[in-house]
Write a protein that binds this ligand. Structure first.
Ligand code: FEO
Length: 165
C-alpha cells in the first residue's frame, strides 16, 4: 500500500500517459492525411510507446496493491498547420510530461517512498531521451529550411568523422 496522495498522483500520471498516446495518434493522423506515411508511422509508434509508459504505471499500482483508475480522455489537438507545428507541439508535450514526472519524484521523496523513487528513475531517463529526440528532429527540420537537404547529408557525413591524430 502507498500513501493515498501518492496513489492519486501515480494514477494521474497513468492517465496522462494515455492522454499522450491519444495526442500522438492525432498527430499521426495529420501526417497520414498529408500522405507522409513515414512520419505517420513514427507517430503511431510513439503513441504505442506512450501506451507502454501508461501500462508501466498500471503495473506498478497493481504491484503495490492499488487499483488503477481510468479517467476520461480529452480531445487532443486535431489540427496542425505544418510538420514543424506538430514537432513543436510534441516537444512541448514532452516537457509537460517531464515536469509531471519531476513533481511525482518530489512527492515520493517527501513521503520517503523509496520503491516509487526507484520506479520513477526509468522515467527520468526516458524523458531526457524523448526531449532530445524531438529537439533533434526540430533542428533537422530547421536545417532543411536553412541549407536544403544536402546540408543534412553533410551533417550525417560529419557525424562519421573520427580522430585521426
Ligand atoms: Fe511517456 Fe513521452 O512521455
Amino acid at each position: 500500500m502507498l500513501p493515498s496522495k501518492l496513489v492519486l498522483a501515480l494514477n494521474d500520471q497513468f492517465n496522462n500517459e494515455l492522454q499522450a498516446s491519444h495526442s500522438y495518434t492525432a498527430m499521426a493522423a495529420y501526417f497520414s492525411k498529408k500522405g507522409y506515411h513515414g512520419f505517420a508511422n513514427f507517430y503511431l509508434v510513439q503513441a504505442k510507446e506512450e501506451h507502454f509508459h501508461a501500462m508501466k504505471f498500471y503495473e506498478y499500482l497493481v504491484t503495490m496493491d492499488e487499483k488503477p483508475m481510468l479517467q476520461s480522455l480529452s480531445e487532443p489537438k486535431n489540427h496542425y498547420v505544418s510538420a514543424m507545428d506538430v514537432l513543436e507541439s510534441s516537444l512541448a508535450q514532452e516537457k509537460e510530461v517531464t515536469s509531471n514526472i519531476y513533481a511525482l519524484v518530489t512527492l515520493a521523496d517527501e513521503l520517503q517512498e523509496h520503491a516509487t523513487l526507484s520506479f520513477l528513475d526509468w522515467f527520468i531517463e526516458e524523458q531526457m531521451e524523448e526531449e532530445k529526440m524531438f529537439r533533434d528532429m526540430i533542428a533537422r527540420m530547421k536545417h532543411i529550411e536553412e541549407g536544403g537537404e544536402y546540408f543534412l547529408k553533410m551533417d550525417d557525413e560529419f557525424a562519421e568523422r573520427k580522430l585521426e591524430g
